[in-house]
Design a protein around this ligand. Sequence first.
Ligand code: ARG
Ligand code: ZN
Length: 874
Amino acid sequence: HPIHRRDYRPPEFLIDHVELRFDLDPDRTRVEASLEVRRNPAATRGDGTLRLHGEQLDLEEVAIDGHRLAPAEYRVEPDSLTLQRVPDRFRLDTRVRIHPNLNTALEGLYQSGDMLCTQCEAEGFRRITYFLDRPDVMARYRTTLIADKGRFPVLLSNGNRVEERELVDGRHLVSWEDPFPKPSYLFALIAGDLSAIEDRFTTASGRDVVLQIFVEPHNLDRCDHAMQSLKKAMRWDEERFGREYDLDVYMIVAVSHFNMGAMENKGLNVFNDKFVLARADTATDEDFQGIEGVIAHEYFHNWSGNRITCRDWFQLSLKEGFTVYRDQEFSADVGSRGVKRVADVRLLQAHQFPEDSSPMAHPVRPDSYFEINNFYTATVYNKGAELVRMQATLLGPELFRKATDLYFTRHDGQAVTTDDFVRCMEDVSGRDLMQFRRWYSQAGTPHLHIEAAYDAERATYSLLIRQAIAPTPGEPDKDPLHLPLAIALLDPQGRELALRLEGEPNAGEPGTRILELRDWETRLCFVDVPVRPVPSLLRGFSAPVQPRFDYGDDDLLLLLRHDSDGYSRWNAARILMQRVLSTMIADPEAEVPGRFVEAFRGALTDPETDKALLAEVLTLPSESFLGDQMETVDVDGIHRARNTLREILGERLVEELLSVYRDNADVERYAPTPDAIGRRALKNLALGYLMAAGDARALTLCRAQFAGAGNMTDAIAALRLLVDHGGEDGTSALEAFHRRWSKEPLVIDKWFSVQATSSRAGTLGIVTGLLQHPDFSLRNPNRVRSLVGAFCTANPARFHARDGGGYRFLADRVLELDPLNPQIAARLLKALIRWRRYDAGRQALMRTEIERILAAEELSSDTFEVASKALEDT
Ligand code: ARG
Ligand code: ZN
């Protein structure tokens, strides 16, 4: 049965204090919990029944105020422990047994390699002990960990260490106390043989904080970047949001088995090691940037998530949307703002827009779910971040900062809603954001159809802007949204005009103007416009919408050359590329227009622009993006056209590409600075076009780059190209790469991914074969993502092979994985959810596989929800 947001009731009981005692053992861990329970004065009084969450717990003992209960005095069900007629205030003691080494779902307490670790968000704590496992129950925790000292010398939990001593039989005990009340999903413990790098940070008010990153000893030499990122993030949050850290110690632990990216447990973040470990020779630029972003994200959660948390899981975007916004702004400030914005928009369009038009479309604040783990989505995270960004735009920087200050003080220590967040925006600005709130409750991506007319005689430029939002499951009728539309008008030389709307006394400075739309239809008229301008629309991607404007090719070339807004330049390039490609998709014989090649040449040799932005601008739209723009996805046509265009550009621009390659082939020491990252990106992009064209000099360069690369970015770029275009060279490069990196799991993930995403015709066979490779395991989520996930989501031409082999492969993996790790199984299955976008033949094949999954016995609620929603009538 689904859970509905409208059914929310405050908890009838609260838990003020929790004392936990763990006797840790991978086979059999004993958990004793002592809870201080009392009635919630703010809740309606029930009959005194207390129902605690608990799953997969072997209950051994229950006592109220020290009196052991007889089995007849409580009821145990698979997901709960119920006590009747409890007092208004009492102590509840329970003792349970759990089995970390059998926990393949990686939720609750589990074994990862030789260590024990936890993941409690969203509802994993109930697999550790009986509890009111919901975020609006906030308690103070004292946690005692007991384990064999030889095997588990390091024992960590939230807060400050308050006790440490040796026990008999080589065991030891460590106690931790967290002074801040927190919901159970923020609980964490770690036991292992770990080493740490340590640093210190002095907060703005002069508090001294110890910073520690714990890893397996052999990984100690790859924690520096994470530590530097953490210190940057701490300083930035003080300066930009006035937020200081609040405990004496901040710990990060890297684990190799982890379902998601990382987790913000109070004072003890647990990370997928992919987002901690980096050394120039093992991690790519993208990895370095990912680490900086995720370290910052989890740190920022200390305020946006931990000090102030969510009332219920429907409010997930309260913490995730806001925290993603915060990490995006951090990365923009410490790197290049324009490039970061393009990357964020690309991500939103690649993941959130498709989700928003799929059978799993949901509002940023969903109304119902079967399984909350299915709702850690691009909509909740990335569209949620866009909603915060729009509010920042509507208020302006000063008021927005006042509003976040108000939010952090008003709600400190509380579990609140997205509505409470918006109310802070309203209260400081005096603005009415009632209509804006629809962004939280309504699913679907709005389309903005924009038409313009220039009247030379009257010197006016008028715009007609229409919103349209297609129905989504359960929401047939939509309402218009309130949104900021950032716009500039460029003259034929590409200079920004000063703008004056009809009725305004005078024109402002030349530059961007924020217009606010509220209605299905908006008409605007700019006056004193001396020439027919080219509009630069939705600058900075000011709202998460799909704009449609009938630009002439010349207009787009002007934007591409002159627009000061990075998003707009990138978008202009992409529309141009898409136009060329759609002609080629429709007609395999179509010529590539000469002026398109010239524009590409112009951008390639542009000395002024940031190289990272140029690399974004010159990257062809992905096959998935192109498919998203079509009525019915033409899998093979897209693949063919895109390859042909790459080849043609590589041939026609061979000299320019070679000199871009040479000019950016760094010999200096590796550094993940924005400038160096940009140069490598551009260089490897150039090499890609050259290799696509089959250029002999390129093959020589590529071989040399692979053999001599001093960093993983260059090594993997060359490997990828050798595998796709180098024939025998690809095979031997793969062997050499595996030999060199066989002891490095994160690098071996890349080795799997390169093969899974290769455009080679036999890729499915190779991927199927790799399932049997000794390095492959269904029990490690990173490995599953690197092979199965990569094939199904990043290789459309092979995954969507006409014979349905890719679909069958995916369904087989989902069925194998579901009993082991439902979260990962359900996530993989999402690759089939948009089956209706394909031709009838593929539709039938996909449908068959989804039905086969649904027919399986004992499907997890995660996989069941995705499969059944995929087939629901729309
Ligand atoms: N709160 C974490 C983050 O975004 C994500 C954890 C999600 N875990 C899950 N099992 N759904 O930083
Ligand atoms: Zn988060």
